[in-house]
Design a protein. Structure first.
Length: 492
């Protein structure tokens, strides 16, 4: 299906080009997008919202379920190393849950969600996700063990350490106008004249919220036309009526089962959601799409994804001069300006194909090559053995990791205090990106190890096979991983 889509963030220009070419309508376009495209952008309420994640690594896609499914597939197709996951807690979803922990400013809630993808889901009939409930969003005090019914206010990408934020009040619609339980009309704009006009808009449009609900006009409503306001209000009314029906059907708050899982289905799921993570190849593919609309330096999205300062630097560079689209990615210039530099601390952010992110540790940068190579050293603690190598891990061992920007693998060599090599583990992954504070990639399971006696073994092919069968690793990406592992096996 085609959809009306609102796009925001560092990928907006490239995705606008992509979506327009696919026949979608882009609405509520930002001023830069309006300048770059010879299009008549409308102000109708969007079917789907596409927004860059806070860490700039990808986008969230939320809204009409059918449209979200279509956009998820299209966005995940921008590059071989783009990966996507369903969002089990899209904004607007109403869920039953239980308070599991109370913190200083809010409570942690175990939410009953249906059909969560990835590890730890618990399976259908017992799937839970954690949410964060600020105390200010509920009328009564909550304690550990309390059952609660909450609405998802803001979701969180699976690769971040954030929990979805939930609210104790019901709300329907959004964008131009939302409805919440209450009476009268509220206008969330600072312009007094505009507020007065919007206050009388319900009478002008001849629409009334359902009994017990009131309208809340949002700031974007100030610049919207009458048709858009009417469409937004109609959607909000339909959503509120659907929410009323769903809450009535759900009855009381869900309770705990014998195994500690929450019973019952989500109370209301008006929206669907997905998360799309862009790898290095995907970011460069998005550069090409952006270049169709405006001047774009090589590695535009790769640099912007690194940090807010780097993002501002890209804007300045492109404003001052016409970038050469055929130039090489300026890794040395970027690292000189924004890092990492020798002596800096650098994390190794190890993404998993199911969407999780594991930090392998933080090391010290010992060398930076302008061609894209960065060496990181970490001192190891004692105890256990090195995964895949079987070699005992001793206190004082040093792990030396050689990271090369854009390479589909990287080696870590473990050495004892006396310099004795304890083995080398070569990780096969999506192309490495060395950002100012972290090297990032997604692990592709299959790896190659070289033991102290010189024997070489390829490991974890079964994990890659299972991930491909589960749909976590698309087959073209899985085949690339197998090819890289075979080449490494022969080379070592």
């Amino acid at each position: 299906m085609t959809a009306a889509v609102r796009v925001r963030g560092i990928y907006a220009t490239a995705l606008t080009r992509l979506l327009l070419d696919a026949g979608h309508e882009v609405v509520d376009a930002s001023p830069p997008i309006r300048r770059r495209f010879d299009e008549a952008f409308g102000d109708a309420p969007p079917d789907v919202r596409v927004e860059t994640t806070a860490d700039r690594q990808g986008v969230g896609v939320h809204g009409n379920p059918e449209a979200v499914a279509a956009l998820r597939e299209r966005l995940a197709g921008v590059g071989r190393d783009a990966l996507s996951w369903r969002d089990p807690t899209p904004p607007g979803t109403v869920l039953d849950g239980e308070v599991t922990e109370t913190l200083g400013g809010g409570a942690v809630v175990a939410l009953r969600v249906d059909g969560v993808e990835g590890e730890g889901a618990g399976g259908r009939g017992g799937a839970t996700a954690e949410g964060y409930l600020p105390y200010g969003s509920v009328d009564d005090r909550v304690e550990t063990g309390d059952p609660v019914r909450v609405r998802v206010d803001a979701s969180a990408a699976p690769w971040t350490d954030r929990r979805p934020e939930v609210d104790g009040s019901l709300r329907a619609g959004g964008g131009l106008v939302a409805l919440e339980p209450g009476s009268g009309t509220r206008v969330d704009v600072r312009d007094d004249e505009a507020a007065r006009e919007l206050s009388g808009m319900l009478d002008l449009l001849g629409l009334e919220p359902p009994d017990g609900w009131r309208a809340i006009w949002k700031p974007p409503a100030v610049d919207a036309g009458t048709e858009a306001l009417e469409a937004g209000l109609e959607r909000a009314v339909a959503a509120a009526e659907g929410l009323d029906d769903a809450v009535d059907a759900a009855g009381g708050i869900g309770v705990l089962g014998d195994r500690g899982h929450l019973r019952g289905e989500p109370v209301a799921s008006p929206n669907a959601g997905a998360w799309v993570w862009f790898g290095r190849e995907s970011r460069f593919a998005l550069d090409d799409r952006r270049r169709e609309a405006t001047a774009t330096m090589p590695g535009h999205h790769r640099v912007k994804a690194g940090s807010a300062d780097a993002s501002a630097g890209v804007d300045l560079a492109e404003a001052l001069c016409e970038p050469d689209p055929d130039a090489a990615f300026p890794f040395g210039v970027v690292t000189d300006a924004f890092g990492p530099r020798e002596g800096d601390a650098l994390r190794i952010d190890h993404g998993k194909p199911d969407g999780r992110l594991i930090t392998l540790g933080e090391g010290t940068v010992t060398e930076v090559d302008p061609d894209g190579a960065v060496t990181v050293e970490r001192e190891m603690t004692g105890g256990g053995t090195y995964d895949g190598l079987g070699t005992p891990r001793e206190a004082g061992d040093v792990a030396e990791t050689s990271l090369k920007e854009g390479r589909w693998w990287y080696p870590t060599t473990y050495r004892g205090r006396d310099g004795t090599v304890r083995g080398t583990y070569v990780n096969v992954c999506t192309p490495v990106e060395v950002f100012p504070d972290a090297a990032r990639y997604v692990d592709l399971h299959v790896d190659v190890v070289k033991r102290p006696d010189g024997t070489v073994e390829r490991v974890d092919d079964d994990e890659l096979r299972d991930a491909a069968a589960a749909g976590d690793v698309p087959e073209p990406l899985a085949e690339k991983a197998r090819s890289v592992a075979s080449a490494l096996e022969n080379a070592l």
